[in-house]
Design a protein around this ligand. Structure first.
Ligand code: ITT
Length: 196
């Protein structure tokens, strides 16, 4: 069977772990580390789509290989879609996941509507052409964080259809609901039609 190599344009190891649990043989995910690339990929734009494109095109220019990136945001409805595209730096540059969670919980105090969604946009560059795929997971933000698996906002996000937070789930359980999994399944279907 032909192996399909794809460079994954990310510096987030948690994303690499999740993506590798989804993109299995015949796909082979090459990380930036594997490829010997050590750069801070720019994310200057106002939308997940534009940032995802920026990341994949930056890495495509360097490697000239088929590659993909993803940009993910947590969109909270009563906060007008915040933290959204700013999810990684919500509490400011150099802040960590816990600071971001604390700020989110603070901003939601007293708000009855705690519905939210994770949205992932994958940008694939295949044979020099770009294709976008989107995955959404709807759920809600809980008042007190729970669990220690996963990363980012996982301890405060409970997906619809579960009463566990993402941080209380194994990776396989999270994949049953996850935004990232839904976007990557579309990428897989697309590539299967192209090459398998
Ligand atoms: P790259 O740009 O290098 O891929 P990043 O961490 O900067 O990595 P994003 O720009 O997509 O990634 O930032 C999204 C942030 O949203 C991320 O740092 C987490 O805090 C959060 N996030 C993304 N996916 C998540 C998930 O599945 N569960 C919980 N939080 C998540």
């Amino acid at each position: 069977m032909e192996i399909i190599e794809l460079v994954f344009a990310t510096n987030n190891q948690n994303k690499v772990n999740e993506i590798r649990s989804i993109l299995q043989t015949p796909f082979h995910v090459i990380t930036l580390k594997d490829a010997g690339i050590d750069i801070d990929i720019p994310e200057p734009h106002a939308t997940l789509e534009a940032n995802a494109s920026e990341k994949s095109s930056t890495i495509h220019r360097i490697t000239n290989m088929n590659c993909f990136s993803e940009d993910t945001g947590l969109e909270v409805f009563s906060l007008n879609g915040e933290p959204g595209v700013k999810s990684a730096r919500y509490a400011g540059e150099g802040r960590n996941f816990q600071d971001n969670i604390n700020l989110l919980i603070e901003k939601l105090k007293g708000k009855p509507d705690r519905t939210a969604q994770f949205r992932t946009v994958v940008s694939l560059i295949w044979n020099n052409q770009e294709f976008l795929f989107t995955g959404i997971c709807k759920g809600r933000i809980i008042e007190i964080q729970k669990g220690s698996e996963g990363f980012g906002y996982d301890p405060v996000f409970v997906p619809d259809g579960s009463d566990k937070s993402f941080a209380e789930m194994t990776m396989d359980e999270k994949n049953k609901f996850s935004h990232r999994k839904k976007a990557v399944v579309q990428l897989i279907e697309f590539l299967k039609q192209k090459v398998l």
